[in-house]
Write a protein that binds this ligand. Structure first.
Ligand SMILES: Nc1nc2c(c(=O)[nH]1)N[C@H]1C(S)=C(S)[C@@H](COP(=O)(O)O)O[C@H]1N2
Ligand SMILES: [Mo]
Length: 330
């Protein structure tokens, strides 16, 4: 990261700046060219960002003037081409480049979300309706994958709590279940004969985790709507947990009193726990979690940095887990 880009990035997250607009992103991208390890890809990224946002007009209007969040990190942002070109979205394939390559035929609009279970207001709601009246915030968060790489991503979204409250969950609701769309005709990974995981992809949060102010329902990234590979048109972002909790392309939300097993727990409970809180002291059975590769690295350095407990959000979230043995409840 060169000094000039760092200055821009830091200046951009001060509250005086209402939001990082597209022009600023483009400028940051142009400046990062010198520092990027893949200059060709970075040029491509500027082109991608310069493309017209494919989202419907109502969504572009809704995303147009996000509010800067006090929860944003000052860490340098990961360039757009990594955020949108190095992805985990198994529905489109298991290689990091697959989601961008094979996600382009997916149609995220029109979209609806079905809300069910222990809430006063349940049913199927159009996305515009789901988001109506909710202010969009920009939140620059660290994202730490369980595979020990990480990025810094400028999301656009709404606090999940503000969305969920509209459905008036009952006091019997102890957990929230999220489900990714099942659409094998548009998602080649769902059609594969042998799969690492079962579909539809399912994730679950405890009610207090779901209602925590850091938990975001994202609808955009880098000032525009989410590309398909990042979970269009809406996906969860839980910044203190490993990335697999941040479920993409959510079509169903359900309030329940007992939690079902998550997709990764079903696939391999020893390796992927329900909590999945980022923790440098609890190793994955096959690798240490003490360090991570902050993307982008370069030809000369993998850019390894120490992993922080709760991904650096301990001050906000440690209280949720008081008295819980984190090595048992990983
Ligand atoms: N439906 C679904 N959601 C998913 C995944 C997936 O394979 N399917 N992968 C998860 C993992 S492992 C990570 S690290 C993040 C990656 O998000 P990103 O590609 O936007 O960086 O998405 C998560 N959400
Ligand atoms: Mo991940």
């Amino acid at each position: 990261m060169n000094a000039q880009l760092k200055k821009i990035t830091e200046a951009a997250v001060t509250p005086e700046n209402v939001y990082l607009n597209r022009r600023q992103y483009l400028k940051a991208m142009a400046l990062s060219l010198g520092a990027a390890s893949m200059p060709g890809a970075a040029v491509q990224a500027s082109d991608d960002l310069a493309q017209e946002d494919a989202a419907p007009l109502w969504m572009k209007q809704h995303l147009a003037a996000p509010i800067a969040s006090r929860y944003s990190t000052k860490d340098a942002m990961t360039p757009y081409e990594y955020v949108t070109g190095y992805n985990n979205f198994y529905e489109f394939g298991t290689d990091k480049s697959d989601p961008k390559e094979y996600g382009q035929d997916f149609e995220p609009h029109p979209w609806s979300v079905t809300v069910s279970g222990a809430a006063e207001k349940t049913g199927t709601f159009g996305l515009e309706d789901v988001l109506k009246g909710l202010s969009i915030e920009e939140r620059i968060y660290r994202l730490r994958c369980v595979e020990a790489w990480s990025m810094v991503i400028p999301w656009l979204g709404v606090p999940l709590s503000s969305m969920l409250k509209r459905y008036r969950p009952l006091s019997s609701a102890k957990f929230v279940v999220f489900e990714t769309v099942y659409r094998p005709e548009q998602m080649p990974g769902q059609r594969a004969f042998f799969n690492a995981i079962d579909y539809p992809y399912i994730e679950v949060l405890r009610m207090d985790e779901a209602m925590h102010p850091l938990t975001l329902m994202a609808v955009g990234v880098y000032g525009r709507s989410l590309p398909n590979q990042n979970g269009a048109p809406l996906r969860l972002v839980v910044p203190w947990k490993y990335g697999f909790k941040s479920i993409k392309s959510i079509q169903k939300i359900s309030f329940v009193d007992q939690r079902p097993k998550t997709t990764w727990e079903r696939a391999n409970p020893r390796e992927y726990g329900f909590y999945a809180n980022v923790n440098p002291n609890v190793s994955h059975p096959r690798w240490s979690q003490a360090q991570e590769r902050r993307l982008p690295g370069s030809l000369f350095s993998a850019n390894r940095i120490p992993t922080m407990i709760f991904n650096g959000y301990a001050e906000e979230v440690a209280g949720l887990y008081q008295g819980l043995d984190l090595s048992v409840h990983y």
